[in-house]
Design a protein around this ligand. Structure first.
Ligand code: SAH
Length: 299
């Protein structure tokens, strides 16, 4: 376990080394000079798709970069310009990609590692810190920062109304990095807790059945009429939002894909009908009591 900070800016602010103070406490961020380290690394969230959803701070980090590192389709979203080198890689090699980015920064480059949505949500920020933890000690002297982006569940929620108005959680259905029984144990726990559940990585060619299983688990605990949102490619030209009941969602699981965010409502999540338009989906902020489980779902 790393030693915890005693004073000053918390140690988790990346790239800020501790310096001892006269009174024996440690201060973070006071040391400006890092001999031999002229490069830097920023992990940048590009948002779900449209450039309008990139923050000005994320855009500034992209504009300042000499090198863009990331999964091909995200790297492609950064326009070419003189002096910019792009390093596109395959989807599956996150930690190698992160190590490459750290080494480029250690070599003096101004590196932006790009992620879709928010880089801290099932994405490259954790891969960079994993590589940093395992890598050479000198990498820890690099200024590393994270520029947040709009994550898929927030973009999807905004399109639908206010489904995340109460308590909610996010679970990745991918079992590439964790066993499936961990996924089901977590799902059962949050179903019992009556949280709205956002499912990232719901399905892929290599993982065709997991979403169906997750929705079947949900249908055992939640009412068949619970609203479920299939939000696909939000913020992109092919955006598509479907509002289903839980029973319909179980049957439609196979129609989701890797670009879909699935949101399962809580017991209080409901629809507000509109003339000639899709209903709004919303979850009130107030909760009167925990619903009781019945054999038909919840009451
Ligand atoms: N860092 C990303 C998530 C990476 S995991 C973020 O913060 O959004 C990849 C999963 O995110 C996809 O399988 C899908 O479930 C979801 N996702 C990413 N972009 C999306 C979009 N534009 N619309 C809907 N879901 C999206």
């Amino acid at each position: 376990m790393p030693e915890l900070p005693e004073v000053g800016v918390p140690a988790w602010i990346p790239g800020l080394p501790a310096v001892a103070r006269d009174d024996g406490a440690k201060e973070y961020g006071a040391e400006k000079e890092r001999p031999g380290m002229t490069g830097s690394l920023t992990i940048v969230g590009l948002g779900p798709g449209t450039a309008e959803w990139i923050t000005p701070a994320a855009q500034a980090a992209l504009d300042a970069a000499t090198d863009i590192v990331g999964y091909g389709p995200y790297v492609d979203r950064v326009p070419e310009r003189a002096g910019l080198t792009k390093h596109a890689s395959d989807n599956r090699v996150e930690v190698e990609r992160a190590s490459h980015a750290l080494q480029l920064a250690a070599d003096g480059r101004t590196v932006a590692v790009v992620s879709g949505g928010d880089p801290g949500v099932f994405a490259m920020a954790a891969a960079v810190f994993e590589a940093l933890e395992a890598g050479p000690t000198e990498w820890r002297g690099l200024p590393i920062s994270v520029e947040p982006g709009i994550t898929a569940m927030l973009a999807a929620a905004a399109r639908a109304g206010a489904p995340l108005g109460g308590d909610f959680c996010a679970i990745s259905l991918s079992d590439n990095l964790k066993p499936w029984d961990v996924v089901t144990a977590r799902l059962e726990a949050v179903l019992t807790a009556d949280l709205v559940i956002c499912l990232y990585n719901p399905i892929s060619k290599a993982r065709p059945w997991q979403l169906g299983k997750a929705l079947e688990l949900a249908a055992k605990q939640r009412d068949a009429t619970t609203p479920v949102l299939f939000a696909r490619a939000v913020g992109r030209p092919d955006e598509n939002l479907r509002i289903l009941t839980l029973a319909e969602a179980v049957a439609a699981a196979g129609t989701a894909d890797m670009a879909t965010l699935v949101m399962i409502g809580a017991s209080s999540t409901r629809l507000i009908a509109r003339e000639g338009a899709a209903p709004y989906v919303y979850t009130p902020r107030s909760v009167a009591k925990m619903p009781c489980a019945t054999s038909q779902g919840r009451t």
